[in-house]
Design a protein around this ligand. Structure first.
Ligand code: G4P
Length: 531
């Protein structure tokens, strides 16, 4: 008798593969330790042999990359990095949120592709402005958040005080999973509150390899009469009394945040965090389409574009569209349908992209991110699908905070300027606002200075229209409606402009004017999320 082969049905394979995925982003303020933590994750994932390789790789890119000339000049990375590695037989997709000087709308958009976020706080600093902004984006999208209190190896604030800050500033209830033994600056280990186990750490050189961990039972810790452990244990009892217990359901619903304590640099507490990501971070679930219907994971391939990167290779001037897979199995070479136009889209040149390094990708499952090269016809938020049509809701845009006026330096290049402006708007490089009734000079709006620099650079080098950017007097924007727009027309320090998708934006010359209008007219429509 021939052997019986049991093959899982395709649908089962897809849901199995999806349940192996953990797709998340790290949100933090510059210098809190995002890069260091990423590097340690890769170390546990076996993706790099020794910590330091990520930075070394970045260093190499800075000198040898043929990516945009601007990146070379400034020595920074404009691309966001998507890293994939396996850990405990799970596929981890770590989406990088551009920070530092390259903060832009892309930073927000990446969160649309993540199923969860890790909020990294420096124990000496607590919640800093960029963390807060990114947190608000996660909250608006209901992205569950785990918290890592980093840099515990050096002097910092009392962790109980940091828990208070999380609760009061973010209205998010912290539930510590690990608790530090020793004070900031003299970090000995952590108690895992789930099983009371004490993990005593031993240093390796700058955490270059997995940290040495010795598991100490309660009995042994009592026997050894370690005063630091005793104090940490008492604090854990206190936490239990106030009910700060890990609760996976409320974490997934975005009401609580499991907290981990550690030091990315010395590699203390990182493994416990990574284990928790595997154990209870959400797996990709069915996405809801624009009509409110769920697209089952096992249905044919579908995904949406959350980021477009242009001109990675100046010799080819190509575009890479980053697509988050929402359902089905992606196979390189398959022809998808571009939702908005109904046109076929060939995926012969699909790649996984690490900064400017590309590797061809052959297959992908829900939760994965693919880079589609030659994607000049695609825009942010576009859906791509195979056989069964679907349209996912667009990616929300957030209120810009920086504004400039833009005009062509050489009036003879006005046509090129207009073409470039339209293209930059379609790609979401900047938002373009116009005064429907008056001033023909457009206002460019952004969340990070870098967006304007990319705009000017590309207009000059790609479209041959050098631009002049001059400051516009606005400081804060809100989405508004016709009725409120009409009422705002006589208000001091306020102007209403229109985006090409018809969204009306009320711009204020100072946050003070906005606050005043809001308190004088609480019924006026002024929304921070622009949709
Ligand atoms: P970022 O990506 O969030 O901006 O932060 P990054 O990881 O680059 O870390 C910023 C600085 O903080 C780096 O120091 C890094 O070594 C340090 N750091 C990160 N995690 C820890 C930690 O757990 N403990 C301590 N003590 N320091 C930490 P640097 O001096 O700017 O760079 P380097 O010379 O150390 O590479």
């Amino acid at each position: 008798m021939p052997p019986i082969t049991l093959t899982a049905p395709a649908g089962g394979r897809i849901t199995d593969e999806a349940s192996r995925r953990r797709t998340f982003a790290i949100i933090s303020h510059p210098d809190a330790g995002k890069t260091t933590l990423t590097e340690k994750f890769l170390l546990y994932g076996g993706a790099v042999a020794e910590a330091g390789a990520v930075q070394a790789r970045q260093g190499r890119r800075k000198t040898s990359s043929d990516w945009m000339a601007m990146e070379k000049q400034r020595g920074i990375s404009i691309s966001s990095t998507v890293l994939q590695f396996t850990y405990r037989d799970r596929v981890i997709n770590l989406l990088d949120t551009p920070g530092h000087r390259d903060f832009s709308e892309d930073t927000y958009r990446v969160l649309a592709a993540a199923d969860a976020a890790i909020m990294v706080l420096d124990v000496a600093k607590g919640i800093e402005p960029q963390t807060l902004k990114l947190f608000e984006v996660c909250r608006a999208r209901n992205v569950p958040i785990m918290t890592f209190l980093n840099k515990y190896d050096r002097p910092g604030r009392d962790p109980l005080e940091l828990l208070d800050e999380i609760e009061s500033k973010l209205d998010l209830r912290p539930t510590p999973v690990t608790w530090p033994v020793g004070i900031p600056g003299d970090f000995r280990g952590v108690i895992d509150r789930r099983d009371d186990q004490f993990y005593r750490f031993t240093r390796t050189a700058r955490g270059a390899t997995a940290a040495g961990e010795e598991m100490v039972s309660v009995e042994r810790a009592v026997e050894e009469a370690d005063p630091d452990w005793k104090q940490a244990h008492e604090e854990c009892e206190l936490l239990a009394e106030v009910g700060a217990e890990l609760d996976v359901d409320s974490f997934l619903a975005g009401r609580t945040t499991p907290v981990f304590v550690g030091s990315a640099l010395t590699n203390f507490g990182v493994r416990l965090l990574l284990d928790a990501i595997v154990d209870f971070a959400p797996t990709p679930t069915t996405r809801v389409d624009s009509d409110g219907r769920e697209r089952p994971l096992a249905s044919p391939m579908s995904g949406f574009v959350f980021k477009i990167q242009a001109n990675m290779d100046p010799a080819h001037r190509d575009h890479v569209a980053f697509v988050r897979v929402c359902s089905g199995r992606f196979e390189r070479g398959m022809t998808l349908v571009h939702g908005p136009s109904g046109r076929p889209f060939s995926t012969k040149y699909a790649a996984s992209v690490f900064g400017s390094d590309r590797e061809t990708i052959d297959e992908a499952y829900p939760g994965d991110v693919i880079g589609l090269v030659n994607a000049s016809g695609l825009s942010i938020g576009d859906t791509l699908y195979d056989s069964e049509p679907v349209a996912f809701p667009g990616i929300p845009t957030f209120a810009p905070e920086l504004f400039v006026r833009a005009r062509a330096l050489d009036t003879g290049r006005h046509k090129q300027f207009r073409r470039g402006l339209e293209q930059m708007e379609t790609e979401g490089v900047v938002q373009v606002l116009r005064d429907p009734a008056g001033d023909p000079i457009p206002v460019l709006a952004a969340v990070g200075q870098m967006q304007f620099e990319v705009f000017s650079h590309r207009l000059e080098h790609e479209f041959g229209a050098a631009v002049e950017l001059s400051p516009a007097p606005y400081r804060v924007a809100r989405r508004t409606d016709e009725q409120t727009a009409a009422r705002l027309s006589g208000v001091l320090g306020a102007t209403v402009l229109e985006r090409s998708d018809g969204t009306l934006l009320a711009l204020f010359e100072s946050p003070f004017w906005l606050e005043r209008v809001k308190s004088d007219h609480p019924d006026w429509f002024l929304e921070p999320i622009l949709a």
